[in-house]
Design a protein around this ligand. Structure first.
Ligand SMILES: Nc1ncnc2c1ncn2[C@@H]1O[C@H](COP(=O)(O)OP(=O)(O)OP(=O)(O)O)[C@@H](O)[C@H]1O
Ligand SMILES: [Mg+2]
Length: 227
């Protein structure tokens, strides 16, 4: 079963102005995909459709076995929370929670993710992932007191805890220098491999492409020609 399957999808933010028209897109379970395209070409929009934050006007958006176009918005939210980890460019960590609490959140909210942890307790799992990402010394700190690089690692930990089947990262490295980009990506790929998660990674930076087995250009799969 593919992790992501889109067929005859049309999406528009505004009436009568389609932004994306995708005849077919198939991403297999376990694939590592680099998604690229110019600014404004629809990368974040496509991720929004796959994550079920946005709703297609037409077509089939099947993600991890469920056709999102047939689900209510609350069912899509549940599916996303239980099965997907999302890393934002700006991390979107919850500022009034500690590192530990930020990492734990999705497991508290989604029983499926709690069930999939490999350690015997949630605290044990947080420690396992945190030490993997060199965060074990910071678990009780508020996230606002961390450096940008440390916050990025919390964003990875939060996205991958409870072994989500799909991890989506939308330009998480764009504000980093070359060395930090490399180490961020290495860690992300390692933890996704450990959990056997499918990874969709968006970046403008083509030098990161070689770390991915598959490259998808949004402009090539999109039938809507932008002016
Ligand atoms: N909420 C919205 N309402 C209306 N139009 C939007 C909305 N969000 C994005 N757009 C438009 O949709 C197009 C694609 O935007 P999107 O954010 O998907 O591009 P992107 O490829 O992710 O760009 P970037 O590389 O700059 O992040 C743009 O022309 C943008 O102006
Ligand atoms: Mg974007």
């Amino acid at each position: 079963m593919p992790a992501v399957y889109l067929q005859n999808v049309i999406f528009s933010y505004e009436r009568n102005a389609p932004l994306l028209q995708i005849d077919e897109l198939l991403i297999d379970e376990g694939e590592r995909v680099f998604l690229y395209g110019p600014s404004g070409s629809g990368k974040t929009t496509l991720l929004g459709l796959v994550a079920g934050v946005l709703h297609a006007n037409k077509g089939e958006v099947r993600v991890l076995g469920k056709d999102l176009t047939r689900l209510s918005s609350s069912a899509r939210d549940r599916h996303r929370g239980a099965e997907m980890g999302y890393i934002f460019q700006s991390f979107n960590l919850i500022p009034y929670l500690s590192v530990r609490e930020n990492i734990a959140l999705s497991c508290h909210v989604h029983a499926k993710r709690m069930k999939r942890i490999t350690a015997s307790t949630l605290d044990g799992e947080i420690l396992r992932i945190a030490s993997r990402l060199d965060l074990d010394g910071f678990l009780n700190k508020p996230v606002t007191k961390l450096s940008t690089g440390q916050q990025q690692r919390v964003a990875i930990a939060r996205a991958v805890i409870g072994a989500p089947r799909l991890v989506i990262a939308d330009e998480p490295t764009s504000s980093l220098d070359r060395d930090r980009q490399e180490s961020f990506l290495r860690l992300l790929i390692e933890v996704c491999n450990e959990a056997r998660s499918t990874l969709i990674f968006v970046s403008h930076d083509s030098s990161l492409m070689s770390r991915f087995e598959r490259h998808i250009s949004v402009s090539e799969i999109n039938q809507v020609v932008s002016c």
